[in-house]
Each structure stands twice: as C-alpha cells, then as structure tokens.
Design a protein around this ligand. Structure first.
Ligand SMILES: Nc1ncnc2c1ncn2[C@@H]1O[C@H](COP(=O)(O)OP(=O)(O)O)[C@@H](O)[C@H]1O
Ligand SMILES: [Mg+2]
Length: 342
C-alpha cells in the first residue's frame, strides 16, 4: 500500500518548480540597503504551508524590512521572494491577495469605529459590498470583537487595537498572515488572548510568519524559528531541535550583589576547572550573575556550591534548567536577550 501512495505523490504535477502545496514562502538571499545601512544583508528562509514560523533577532537586525519586502511594500535590492510559488517582485498584486500584513506600528484613526476601519480596508481590497459585510462579520466573530465594533477606536485598549489590526489583515481572507511584533507592549492577559487567536488561525489553515522580541512567545507558538543577527540568519530549526543542538543543561547563579566584574571573572576561571562545567558566561548586564552550561549529571549543583564555598563566596541564587530558546539565543549570538532585544 505504501508504494501506491508514494507513486501517487510522485505523479502530482508541479508547474511552478516549487511544491506550493508545501512551501508557502520562499526568501532567498534577500538584500536591502538604505543609504549606507545594510538593513538586510543576506536572509534566506522557507515557511511551510500551515506552520507558524518565528523570526527572532535583536532590534535593527532587519526583521521588519524583511517582512516589508515580502509584503510588496519595499523593493528589495537583490534576492528571490515567492509567496505560494508566485514571484513577489513580478506579480505583487497576486501576492497581496494571498498575504495579510499586520504592521509593527499602526496609526489608527481614533475618531473611526472599528467597523468603519474594516469597511475602509474592504474598499482597499476591492471587496464588493456583500463580500465586505460578510467578511467584516466573519473577522469580528473570529477575533471576538463584535461588541466593540461600533465603538470609537479612541476608546479601545492596546490589546483591542492590536486585535482590530489583525482583523483588518484578515479581511480579504488571506492564506498567509504576516505579523510584525503583534503583542509588543501588551499586558500578559492581552498577549495570551492574541496567542490563542494566532493558534486558532493556524488550526483553520492559515500559515503564519511572526516576529517577536519575546522569546518565550516564539517558543510557545512557533513550529520553526530563524534567528537573525546583523542582517543574516544565524540559526534556524524547530525550537526543540535548536535547544537540543546547543546541548547540556543550564545553570544560572548569582554570587553576592554588586560583585565587581574582576571577581566574577575569577569565579568564572575557577568554575571552568570543574569537569562538569562546559562553559561560563558572565552576564555583564547584571554584574553578579553567571550563566553556565553543564553536563547533565546529578551532582552538578553540589559540585558548584562546594567550589564557591571553598572560595568563600556566598551564593545568592542558583537554578538549573533544560536549555530554553533564550539559551539558544545566547549560544548563537553571544548576547543576552535583555541587552539586545527590546
Ligand atoms: N526606511 C528606512 N530608511 C532608512 N533606514 C531604515 C529604514 N527602515 C529600516 N532602516 C534601518 O534598517 C535597519 C533594520 O531595521 P528594521 O528592519 O526595522 O529592523 P528590526 O525590525 O529587526 O528592528 C535599522 O538599522 C534601521 O534603522
Ligand atoms: Mg521591527
């Protein structure tokens, strides 16, 4: 039976050269320069149909520019961009039909109601009056915005405004949704509502490309991730594979408050003498904190504690965990999230 199924798959015609059933977005060697600034140096990634793909990276590393090139809002200098097998540069109108883009910062007219804003978007997408009414009804229901639809946007909370942005991006029923920092600045409750909505959209078949500077958000939502630094992709894969690839358990320890950097450097040397300790990174952002990568052995913490005791250094806190996406970020960029993502 398996052979018959294989044959069936092989027999499927592909007239784009790409299997657009499987690959929703292709970005190859994208470059974009503004004056002397390389906003995007060389970005390549592929988003599979139906997945949530997360783009992570420090501020100013080219995430927004990459999304804007993809969404036909910025002309790239070089590179190949395809959406559902369609060239973004050669057929922008067809691409716009398939993409919904929710920008990082949107200026909404406070004196409009949510419904009026959606009506305006419906006109931008040339929806007929009947389609417009149906789609507005659909997105208001999907995003649980019905009760706010006829209130002025000026009265909306931050979370509601973001949901309205999302509703506008979904109005023309796109196959692919591109979200630039959709939860930036939101409180925890509004972020969780947004996460639930994003998951529901994926379940209903929408492919989602999302940027965020909250690593735990990408960890929770994304099937696959690309980490950008200096305008290029420096790591990519599923969060699980990326965590596995950096190996070892993580230990974070704090010696006394306001430890001088010189003392922290000495402690680092001493800890590195332990066989179980694979690496020690000083968290210069918080002078008294050290991040260790250790062998996954049971008595690691005891060994570290007795080492610090022998150095007469009081331990303020110690914790051990499996690698997180934050550890992946630290391992590949050499930077702590707190110092680079904000
Ligand atoms: N329209 C523009 N004109 C000039 N420089 C820009 C423009 N857009 C972005 N840049 C610059 O390009 C770099 C990448 O920006 P951006 O894509 O917004 O990064 P991110 O979204 O990762 O923070 C930054 O140095 C930014 O200042
Ligand atoms: Mg940005």
């Amino acid at each position: 039976m398996g052979i018959a199924i294989d044959n069936e798959i092989q027999a499927k015609p592909s007239n784009t050269g790409l299997n657009s059933n499987e690959i929703a977005i292709v970005i190859q060697n994208l470059k974009k320069r503004y004056g002397t600034v390389d906003a995007v140096k060389n970005v390549s990634l592929e988003v599979r149909s139906g997945e949530i793909f997360g783009l992570l990276g420090p501020n100013g590393t080219g995430k927004t520019t990459t999304l804007r090139c993809l969404c036909t809002l910025v002309q790239p200098d070089e590179g190949l961009l395809e959406v559902c097998g369609i060239s973004v540069t050669q057929n922008p109108a067809a691409v716009r039909q398939r993409l919904g883009y929710v920008a990082q910062e949107v200026a909404l007219d406070k004196m409009m109601t949510g419904r009026e804003l959606l009506e305006m978007h419906g006109d931008l997408y040339h929806l007929s009056k009947g389609q417009r009414t149906d789609r507005i009804q659909a997105v208001l229901t999907t995003l649980d915005l019905m009760e706010y639809a006829d209130r002025l946007i000026g009265t909306y909370s931050g979370g509601l405004k973001k949901r309205l942005d999302l509703a506008a991006g979904l109005l023309h029923n796109p196959q692919i949704l591109v979200l630039d920092e959709p939860t930036a600045g939101l409180d925890i409750e509004s972020r969780q509502i947004m996460w639930t909505l994003i998951r529901q959209l994926q379940q209903s078949g929408t492919t989602i490309l999302i940027t965020s500077h909250y690593l735990e958000e990408i960890d929770a939502l994304a099937d696959r991730v690309a980490i950008l630094d200096g305008g290029t992709v420096i790591a990519s894969g599923s969060p699980q594979d990326l965590k596995k690839s950096i190996g070892g358990d993580r230990v974070t320890l704090r010696i006394r408050e306001f430890t001088p950097l010189s003392e922290a450097t000495q402690v680092r040397e001493q800890l590195l003498n332990l066989d179980v300790v694979k690496s020690v990174t000083l968290n210069e952002f918080q002078g008294n904190s050290l991040n260790l990568v250790v062998e996954a052995e049971a008595d690691v913490l005891t060994q570290i504690e007795s080492k610090l005791n022998s150095l007469n250094l009081p331990l303020f806190g110690i914790s051990r965990s499996q690698p997180s996406l934050e550890d992946v970020y630290l391992a590949v960029t050499g930077k702590c999230v707190s110092e680079s993502l904000n």
